[in-house]
Design a protein around this ligand. Structure first.
Ligand code: PAF
Length: 282
């Protein structure tokens, strides 16, 4: 198993073994790997000659310093988990200085409004941080295919926009959400939940599953009010946002257009841990 801590070591290695004809699959992560990440890595291994996984908790995408300092950092365990599926994966686990030689400052991007809603609204600057690090990582790894989870659907649209605007030659591939047996979407943040909190958090997926059913017959307003009710008096859960939006521009749906694909998006605090989820509606 190869682990590089410096981009120069990684790029030198890749340029010696990966000529133009070698396909590189890339799975960018912030570590604390779970089965969802491992499914992305498996997908990459199946479809590329080389697979690179980055493990880097990117400071520029956190608008909340506590969230950044509490984010789980479990590199040794992550390496073991990757090894359990393949020893052929190349890991890149850089320091902040290796990615940000001139200090961890985000670039500013225009993602045509995709950055201003939902995650962008409640985590100001978040997508500038994501764009900054993904641009740098793509530039270092030069992947043919890059794999991202559907749970972060808004992030995937942002990355697709980044790639298109900057003309980066990479295919952005979206892979399905992985769930705990109780339906809770897998997330590195779940590591911080107690068993009781995990059980309570199952309400998030239960709710959006019901939303999918209601979407066939009810108005968006009535569904949104119903969702608010579900979280109203639940002691440890706080609904931050619920939104039904189209899958292309993420514009809030007011009146349902039968030719448009819609999706429900939700963010909920379980005590002080923030979780998001999404489901396609048609
Ligand atoms: O989804 C994540 O884990 C992160 O946002 C990413 C894409 C690795 C960038 O830091």
């Amino acid at each position: 198993m190869l682990i590089f801590y410096k981009k120069l070591q990684l790029t030198t290695y890749l340029s010696t073994i990966a000529g133009d004809k070698v396909t590189i699959g890339f799975v960018p992560t912030m570590g604390a790997l779970h089965l969802g990440h491992l499914s992305l890595i498996k997908e990459s291994l199946l479809n590329n000659e080389l697979t690179v996984v980055s493990v880097f908790v990117n400071p520029t995408q956190f608008n909340n310093p506590n969230d950044l300092s509490n984010y789980p950092r479990t590199l040794e365990k992550d390496v073991e988990k990757i090894k359990s599926i393949s020893s052929k994966v190349i890991i890149y686990a850089p320091t902040v200085d290796d990615i940000y030689e001139k200090g961890a400052v985000p670039e500013h991007f225009n993602f045509d409004g995709l950055e201003n809603t939902m995650e962008g609204q409640f985590r100001p600057g978040h997508f500038n941080g994501v764009g900054t690090v993904v641009k740098r990582l793509f530039n270092i790894v030069k992947p043919t295919n890059a794999y991202f989870g559907e749970k972060d659907f808004q992030q995937v649209l942002i990355i697709k926009k980044l790639v298109k605007t900057l003309n980066i030659p990479v295919n952005v591939i979206i892979c399905p959400v992985f769930r705990e047996p109780n339906g809770l979407a897998m997330s590195s943040r779940n590591e911080r939940l107690s068993e009781e909190e995990k059980n309570e958090a199952a309400l998030i997926y239960k709710t959006i599953q019901q939303v999918k059913i209601k979407f066939k017959t009810e108005s968006v307003l009535s569904i949104s009010n119903w969702v608010k009710e579900q979280f109203k008096n639940v002691p440890n859960l706080k609904l931050e946002y619920f939104q039904i939006a189209d899958e292309t521009f993420l514009l809030p749906c007011k009146i349902i257009n039968t030719t448009t694909n819609y999706r429900a998006f939700i963010a909920v605090y379980v005590n002080n841990i923030r979780l998001i989820d999404t489901i396609s509606l048609n």
